[in-house]
Design a protein around this ligand. Structure first.
Ligand code: CU
Length: 333
């Protein structure tokens, strides 16, 4: 899925955020209470336009993702009649999913055209560790709806798994936080302080939505990428083109690159392992209720692919800051 070049962001997120709305602690609470006030208006019976909801969020996002449904291709064998391959699947595809789609940089028409084009796994993204005084990282989430199941008006959220001490507004756990209904937009604000590898997922009906495909990876890159340390130069992902600079560091190790315990690296690969229980995907496509206690994985996926598809060349749609090629020509759905 990923070659080192493809994982190198063309524009570091901190630069992409330059000149944009800066959210201090008070501003952050103001933005949050603005959203809450809009929610209160809806209860008062007033018509709430999607644009009004968007106005309650903060600035341009670093990443814009949408939740929707779609179809993926898994190997035709083993056949698991009547569930796999799903007879409802479009030509060349086999399995119904819910999932996310990267909408960053798209026009509104292009964003809407991504309905029913979910990908599995979800778009990966990476975030620089929060540097005190910086704006933080903003992810806009919209809900494009489910093309095949308009009767299911499920909301979606972004729950960043393992993010410590997140403000509840931005946690994505829907019973204690905000979730995003169809046609609405919410902006999540993050100040990640712990470098490492994480996963994220939708937390609405999470057994179903996660298994259907609404989950992906997120990396928090350490400050040392940008600041360097004694014997540890600024990293290439932070713009250092000097010979000998590592691509990046995993943690703020403070060690020379030559040290045995250095976390410097020159190649980066994302590996996300998930499963497909064919009957549950078929059930969601055919307006049936899967019985989750009968769960039994039929396919094991690496980066959304099951063998032998794992042997195919890398795709070109892995840079979360560049719209997929299919976004350049909006198509009717
Ligand atoms: Cu969801």
């Amino acid at each position: 899925m990923n070659s080192p070049q493809e994982l190198t962001p063309a524009v570091p997120a901190v630069e992409a955020a330059g000149g944009r709305f800066r959210l201090d602690r008070r501003g952050l609470f103001r933005a949050g209470s603005g959203v809450a006030a809009i929610g209160g208006m809806a209860w008062a019976g007033k018509v709430l336009e999607p644009t009004a909801t968007a106005a309650g969020s903060a600035g341009d996002p670093d990443l814009f993702i949408g939740g929707t449904d779609g179809w993926i291709s898994l190997p035709q064998t083993p056949a698991i009649p009547p569930f796999h391959p799903d007879p409802l699947a479009p030509d060349g595809l086999s399995t119904y999913i819910f999932g996310f789609r990267n909408l960053t940089g798209m026009s509104e028409a292009q964003r809407l055209a991504q309905k029913n084009k979910a990908q599995h796994t979800a778009p990966l993204f990476w975030v620089p560790q929060y540097n005190d005084g910086g704006a933080g990282f903003f992810v806009k989430l919209t809900n494009l709806g489910l093309a095949l199941r308009p009767d299911l008006f499920d909301a979606h959220t972004l729950h960043w798994h393992g993010f410590r001490n997140v403000i509840p507004f931005f946690d994505g756990e829907p019973s204690g936080s905000i979730s995003v209904p169809s046609g609405r937009v919410f902006t999540y604000a993050y100040r990640p302080r712990d470098p490492g590898t994480y996963m994220y997922h939708c937390h609405v009906e999470d057994v179903e939505h996660v298994h259907m495909g609404m989950t992906g990876m997120v990396f928090v890159r350490p400050l040392q990428n940008e600041t360097g340390a004694t014997g540890a130069p600024v990293a290439r992902v932070a713009g250092n083109t000097a010979a000998g600079a590592p691509m990046g560091y995993i943690y703020n190790d403070g060690l020379p690159v030559s040290a045995e315990a250095s976390t410097a690296y020159d190649r980066e690969f994302a590996m996300f392992i998930s499963e497909v229980w064919a009957e549950s995907h078929w059930a969601d496509a055919h307006i049936q209720l899967p019985e989750w206690s009968d769960y039994r994985a039929d396919f094991v996926l690496l980066n959304g692919r099951a063998y032998p598809d794992t042997l195919e060349p890398n795709g070109s749609d892995v840079n979360p800051f560049a719209p997929p090629a299919s976004a350049t020509t909006p198509t009717a759905t």
